[in-house]
Design a protein around this ligand. Structure first.
Ligand code: NAD
Ligand code: ZN
Length: 387
């Protein structure tokens, strides 16, 4: 079959690889009908994440049709249409029992190695480094889904793939990001990053009762989507000092809730110029979005961090966090917890997630899709591919 494979920094290729096979009685094989590129894939593309091997199949946002099931997948039948969560979870360990699926203790076969290298052992993810299980991803014609009795969400309504696909990651991720910020009705919520995750965070903040949403980025098309289509006030961080603008917009208090939907890029990882600057311990090596939100947030406020950091960062404003009595919640999304209720919001007509798509490509065009999405050029906000 054809699949998109990683070969090194900025080197992804469409290769012919072996078809996946059932390896365990809880596996299913899915024929992929739609798959997307995520900001998290860019961390791999930019060489920020260890544990990658040449030839690894990428992709953790995908959906499709069940073509085969193992003996212990009673919930699925051949022909079922499913959206697959990016986190792989056993459904019955200590963490899964608390609905903390992205912390599953069973799904990552390389958990010991991950603990040794990273100091923690997350669940397995599709297409995301051998430290996270080395499970081949879904930017491919077919994919093996482990623990298929737990993860895949069966969809019976006739919504299009484009309307359903983002239940696999960015819609639940934006929702959990907003939920983790503990938004109360009327709160002013500031969101750093207007990429796909930021856009779903903004819409989720409104659904949770925010009174005002302030969106921060520098890419004009992304700011425009946040303002014109989602009613956010915006700050272009290249044109304005974010801290001063936020204080001015909130009578000197700062926003009640602040969300970092940027992650590793915030301090320039992957950008050769920023990496040169960050080889010293100057201001340039700070986690900018993270520190800016600590500095800007109203005293006693809540911070949420869906943005992925792939390693330790220096000069994190711990003193601001502590002395302002701020609370911080974070995490890879506990997908299986949020998918069923968020499917209902689509079926009730509360949101049509396809608003985010700007680029529609074939799987063969995936390398171009990565380059365009990474450079944030041609108005690119989200790339969807059909194998
Ligand atoms: P993206 O790269 O498309 O978007 C990031 C946006 O942040 C860009 O528009 C960029 O211009 C903006 N930005 C950069 N520096 C900034 C700054 N200092 N202030 C404000 N904005 C800034 O990525 P995405 O797909 O939207 O993903 C965002 C983050 O969420 C990534 O780190 C990704 O890995 C992470 N993510 C986390 C989860 C999870 O489970 N927690 C799931 C999916 C993605
Ligand atoms: Zn993703």
């Amino acid at each position: 079959m054809k699949a998109l494979t990683w070969h090194g920094t900025h080197d992804v290729r469409v290769d012919n690889v072996a078809d996946p096979k059932i390896e365990d009685s809880r596996d299913a094989i899915i024929k992929v009908s739609a798959t997307a590129i995520c900001g998290s894939d860019l961390h791999l593309y930019n060489g920020l994440m260890g544990g990658m091997e040449a030839g690894d199949v990428l992709g953790h946002e995908f959906m499709g049709e069940v073509v085969e099931t193992g003996a212990d997948v009673p919930n699925l039948n051949k022909g079922d249409r499913v959206v697959v969560p990016f986190t792989i979870a056993c459904g019955s360990c200590f963490f899964c029992n608390q609905s903390l699926y992205s912390l599953c203790d069973e799904s990552n076969p390389n958990a010991d190695k991950a603990a040794e290298v990273m100091g923690h052992s997350p669940s397995a993810l599709f297409g995301y480094s051998h430290l996270l299980g080395g499970i081949p991803g879904g930017q491919a014609e077919y994919v093996r889904v482990p623990y298929a009795d737990v993860g895949p969400l069966k969809v019976e309504s006739d919504y299009t793939d484009e309307q359903l696909l983002f239940l696999s990651d960015i819609y639940p991720t934006g929702w959990m990001a907003a939920h983790n910020a503990d938004i109360k009705p009327g709160d002013t919520v500031a969101v750093w990053g207007c990429g796909p995750v930021g856009q779903f965070t903004i819409r989720s903040a409104w659904m949770l009762g925010a009174g005002r949403v302030i969106a921060i980025d520098r890419v004009p098309e992304r700011l425009k989507l946040a303002s014109d289509k989602a009613g956010a006030e915006t700050i272009n961080f290249e044109e304005q000092d974010v801290y001063e603008a936020l204080l001015e917009m909130t009578k000197g208090y700062g926003p009640d809730r602040c969300i970092d939907a940027v992650g590793a890029e915030a301090h320039g990882q992957g950008d050769p110029e920023a990496e040169r600057r960050s080889s010293d311990s100057s201001e340039e090596n700070h986690p900018h979005a993270l520190n800016e939100m600590i500095k800007s947030c109203r005293k006693g406020g809540h911070l949420s961090l869906p943005g992925v950091y792939t390693n330790a960062v220096d000069n994190f404003s711990l003193h601001g966090l502590m002395n302002k009595s701020l609370s911080l919640k974070s995490g890879q999304t506990h997908m299986q917890q949020y998918m069923p209720p968020l499917l209902q919001t689509i079926e009730q007509g509360l949101i049509d997630p396809s608003f985010i798509i700007t680029h529609r490509l074939s799987l063969d065009e995936a390398p171009d899709g990565y380059a365009t999405f990474n450079a944030k050029k041609d108005g690119c906000i989200k790339v969807v591919m059909t194998p």
